[in-house]
Design a protein around this ligand. Structure first.
Ligand code: ADP
Length: 301
């Protein structure tokens, strides 16, 4: 098969592994810089141009769209969908997953376990917002944050109030969330491919840190999932409509709760912690699914 990996950086671990694993399985894999793709959307025969030429037909596209280029990246993926190319994650699902509020609303509607969460733009009554999610300790999150930046723990209601006021003063969109203390500064990353959890790791924050992000000095180890955790991850992926994703779960006293679903999950942490060839598992999914026009929305979403 001819496969395109849409990625801004060919040197990233995940991009390199996706090229390597595909070639090992006999595919031709091109790395295409998403932001350098351009197109004439009015042509009756949809195509994508790149470096002055029309791209050849690809049997499958693996989108690795960074959060900062979601808007343009989704348009490029949509163009491939219109050409009938199979895309590992569809453009609508990628856009959906990048909107944290929309994602949480969708997951909640479908009964997926979540930490109690509130959001507000300009609450006239911050005290009530805090009370409504159960009071301190609370986690306050910047909607636009990644890698744990902009995630703050407030121990008391008073602290929570001043942090919320400070963020609001900066006109930032925030989430206010119940603090799952019993998770003990750890979370579980479930890597889902084609409706199955193919690998899972437990990430533990550094000593004295409630955030488990590997970028913040957390460490990762292999973990065996309970039936309930596995089902939660699979369900969350299904609700989001993502074939390949990372589902982050906290172990709460009320069972597993989903924190986030990531449509471009990194391969380095998970392959190192679990010793699994996750890139090859993605190809095995593509090999089964990549038939022309097998993308559900065909760019219409
Ligand atoms: P980011 O998307 O920036 O990584 P997250 O929402 O994943 O932000 O939060 C970063 C880390 O903080 C998580 O990996 C988790 O360890 C911890 N954390 C986040 N929300 C909660 C919560 N409600 N209760 C307990 N720990 C949390």
């Amino acid at each position: 098969m001819r496969v395109a990996v849409l990625s801004r950086n060919p040197n990233l671990y995940s991009t390199r592994r996706l090229k390597e694993a595909g070639e090992e399985r006999g595919h031709q894999v091109d790395i295409i810089d998403t932001l350098h793709c351009y197109m004439d959307i009015t042509q009756s025969r949809p195509a994508v141009r790149y470096l002055g030429e029309e791209l050849p037909y690809y049997d499958a596209v693996i989108p690795r769209i960074g959060a900062s280029i979601t808007f343009y990246g989704a348009a490029v993926v949509r163009q491939f969908e219109m050409m009938g190319t199979f895309t590992v994650n569809e453009s609508v699902a990628i856009s959906r997953s990048r909107d944290k509020l929309r994602s949480l609303q969708l997951l909640s509607r479908k009964g997926v376990g979540l930490p109690r969460t509130g959001f507000a733009n300009r609450p006239d009554n911050i005290k009530d917002l805090i009370k409504n999610v159960g009071g301190a300790p609370l986690v306050i999150k910047l909607l636009e944050g990644t890698q744990g930046i902009g995630v703050v723990l407030a121990d008391t209601n008073k602290n929570a109030e001043s942090i919320i006021e400070a963020f609001m003063g900066l006109k930032a969109n925030i989430l206010v969330q119940e603090f799952i203390k019993e998770a003990g500064g750890a979370d579980i990353r479930c890597f889902v491919v084609g409706g199955k959890v193919v690998a899972a790791m437990k990430r533990q924050g550094a000593e004295g840190e409630f955030r488990s992000n590997l970028h913040r000095g957390g460490s990762a180890t292999l973990v065996k999932l309970s039936k309930e955790e596995r089902a939660t991850a699979v369900n969350a992926a299904k609700v989001m409509g993502l074939n390949v994703c990372g589902v982050d779960i906290l172990q709460s006293n009320n069972g597993p709760v989903v924190m986030e679903v990531n449509s471009s999950p990194g391969l380095e942490g998970i392959e190192t912690a679990t010793n699994k060839d996750v890139a090859a598992l993605i190809y095995s999914f593509i090999e089964k699914q990549a038939k022309p026009n097998n993308t559900r929305t065909k760019g219409k979403g």
